[in-house]
Design a protein around this ligand. Sequence first.
Ligand SMILES: [Zn+2]
Length: 310
Amino acid sequence: MNSTLNKLFTVILFLGISCFTFAQEINSQKLIRHIEYLSSDELAGRKPLSEGNLKARKYILEELISMDLVEPLYPDFLQKFSFTNQREQKTYTDAANVVAFIPGSQSRKLIVVTAHYDHVGIGRVDMEGDSIYNGADDNASGTAALMVLAEYFSKNRPQHGMMFVALDAEEMGLRGARFLVNDFPYPLEQILLNVNMDMLSRSDKNELYVSGTYYYPQFKSILEKVANGSDPKLAFGHDEPGTGSNDWTKSSDHGAFFEKKVPHLYFGVEDHEDYHKPSDEFENIQPQFYINAVNLILKSLIALDQGLLE
Ligand SMILES: [Zn+2]
């Protein structure tokens, strides 16, 4: 090959690789737009069945049903459920998980991606006079991530079926997740794993945890390849029994899958000073960390989808 042709070939190859690399990314502008809206004062902390919670539900629903490939598994994409909160002596009727399904191209097995969209609502006033618990990190961050991940896979069909479930009433005891696993539309054995996301948008140590490989070492070698040189650092741990609150195995919705012996991986950051305070708001997230963290979860999902094919 002459040198001009050679150069041309190199440029084409480079462009090809760049396109491929760019394609494996979430829509970061939308990610930020989603978290900003979900954690805005207008939604008032998204307590189950509050006006703000219903607005969040509508927003997630409209985004998910606008995507290609997405199919409903429940009427109007909503899995409704009721429960009684003993502490408040109150029964909640028609709480709802938002469920979108993207059928796999190769396998009937499922990867169930979850994030809770509820938070604790209006509460005690803090020193600044703020009483809205916006729950930006907890868990508008996981919900917004779920929406852009679903968007990615609606354009890049996965090999396994993927369910994207925005769960309700986590803060009242994993209610939505427990209802999901007890009223699941397929046999639970069909679930390859649950990937749960709860608190993704800030870390002073530039560290995202993936917890669960203590119980499910079959995922570790796949994730180690993704973790190699990653930004942020993908850290393993927070899943050893007998380590008290350092063990996150039942700390969020993946706990409901764990109780049913369905494998899980949980992505999240360590607790921070604004955890469960009115100051967990949009102004206090770290946008670049957050975008990088969700891209890292995307890479993990792609690697798991490809690496676990039988
Ligand atoms: Zn949470």
